[in-house]
Design a binder for this molecule. Structure first.
Ligand code: PEP
Ligand code: MN
Length: 339
C-alpha cells in the first residue's frame, strides 16, 4: 500500500502522517515519482487502516499494490530509479561499465586493471576478494588484503568500487572499503544477508540466482528495499537451462521484462552469462539494446592465467574495442527513441 501526497501539503502535515504510520508499526519508503511525492507503507495493512490514512490532510489518495513485489515495481514508482554513486549515475540515460578481474590476485594486477578501466572510459572497478568457489580447493580470494588493494586502485584512478559480499558477518568489513556491495548468484536468496544489506546504507548490485525466476529476483530485491535500502541494481548473469553449450543462458527476455516490471536499473554480466570470452561482446551489446543500463565484464591482462574465470575474461585489447562498441550501441539505442 502507498499514499500519494497532496500537492502543496506542508512539511508538518507530512510529518504528522509519517509519525502515524510509524506509530502503527509500519515501515516507510519515501519516493518522488514524476513529480509526485509518495510514501510506501510496509507491513500488514487492511481496509480500516486505509480509511484512517485518508483522514490525514497530507493524503491525496491511498493505493494498493497488487503485485507480490511491491516497492520495486512500476506500480509503485513508474519513473526509472537512478542511483548516484560518487557522482556517477546508474540507470537513466547513462551507460555504466563495471569491469575488472574475477578475483583480485595481487596489488600490481588490480592497479594495472584499474588504469585500463579508467583509460577506456569505465567508471566502476569490479573484483572479488571473497570468492564463492564451487570447489573448496580453488582460490578463495585474498580477503581483506584484496579489499585494501582494490580500494587503493579505485582511489588512485578515481573509480567506484564494487565487490562481492558473501556473509552477514562481513558486511561491516567489506562496507569499510567498497562503494557498492555485490550479492552473487549463489546468495541471491540469502535472506539474512539481504536484510543486513537493507540496513547498510550502500547501493547493492543483486545478481540473479542461477535457477531463480524473474519473480524470485524481484522478491529478493524487495527484501533489500523493505529493510530500508532503495538503492538496488539488478543484474542478469545467465541462468541454468538444458543448454550446456555455454556456461549459462542469458535471459534476454528477462532483461526486457524486468524493464517493464521494475523501475530499478539492470546490468548485464555477459562474462558469467556465457562463460565464453568470444561471446561476451555480442551478448553485452544485444542486452544493452534489450534494455540493460550497463555492463559488467571480467577483464584480465592474460586471461589464460587468471586465478578464476579466465575463459570468460576478455583481454585489454578486446576490452578497449568493446568499450567503444558499447558507446556506439548506446548512441544507436538513443537514436531509436526518436523514431
Ligand atoms: C563474480 O562476479 O565473479 C561471480 C562469482 O558472479 P556470479 O555470482 O554471477 O556467479
Ligand atoms: Mn567470476
Amino acid at each position: 500500500m502507498y499514499v500519494v501526497i497532496k500537492k502543496g501539503a506542508t512539511k508538518n502535515e507530512i510529518d504528522v502522517l509519517k509519525q502515524y504510520i510509524k506509530d502503527t508499526d509500519h515501515g516507510i519508503l519515501e519516493v518522488v515519482d514524476k513529480g509526485l511525492k509518495k510514501i510506501g507503507i510496509m507491513g500488514k495493512s487492511d481496509v480500516l487502516f486505509r480509511d484512517e490514512l485518508m483522514k490525514y490532510s497530507a493524503v491525496e489518495r491511498v493505493e494498493k499494490i497488487a503485485k507480490p513485489f511491491k516497492f520495486v515495481s512500476r506500480e509503485f514508482k513508474n519513473e526509472d530509479t537512478i542511483i548516484e554513486v560518487k557522482g556517477r549515475k546508474i540507470g537513466g540515460t547513462d551507460m555504466v561499465v563495471m569491469a575488472g578481474p574475477c578475483s583480485i590476485e595481487n596489488k600490481e594486477m588490480i592497479m594495472e586493471i584499474a588504469k585500463v578501466v579508467k583509460e577506456n572510459g569505465g567508471e566502476f572497478l569490479r573484483g572479488g576478494a571473497f570468492k564463492p568457489r564451487t570447489s573448496p580447493y580453488d582460490f578463495q580470494g585474498l580477503g581483506e588484503e584484496g579489499l585494501k588493494y582494490m580500494r587503493e586502485a579505485c582511489d588512485t584512478h578515481d573509480l567506484v568500487m564494487i565487490t562481492e559480499i558473501m556473509d552477514t558477518r562481513e558486511v561491516e568489513l567489506v562496507g569499510e572499503y567498497t562503494d557498492i556491495f555485490q550479492v552473487g548468484a549463489r546468495n541471491m536468496q540469502n535472506f539474512s544477508l539481504l536484510k543486513e544489506l537493507g540496513k547498510s546504507g550502500k547501493p547493492v548490485l543483486l545478481k540473479r540466482g542461477m535457477s531463480a525466476t524473474i519473480k524470485d529476483l524481484l522478491m529478493a530485491a524487495e527484501y533489500i528495499v523493505a529493510f530500508g535500502n532503495k538503492e538496488v541494481i539488478l543484474c542478469e548473469r545467465g541462468i541454468r537451462t538444458f543448454e550446456i553449450a555455454t556456461r549459462n543462458t542469458v535471459d534476454i527476455n528477462g532483461i526486457a521484462l524486468l524493464k517493464e516490471k521494475s523501475h530499478l536499473p539492470i546490468i548485464i554480466d555477459a562474462s558469467h552469462g556465457t562463460g565464453k570470452r568470444s561471446l561476451v561482446e555480442p551478448v553485452t551489446l544485444g542486452c544493452i539494446l534489450a534494455g540493460a543500463d550497463g555492463a559488467m565484464l571480467e577483464i584480465h591482462k592474460n586471461p589464460d592465467c587468471a586465478f578464476s574465470d579466465g575463459d570468460q575474461s576478455v583481454d585489454f585489447a578486446a576490452f578497449k574495442l568493446l568499450s567503444k562498441k558499447i558507446q556506439k550501441t548506446l548512441e544507436f539505442k538513443e537514436s531509436l527513441k526518436c523514431l
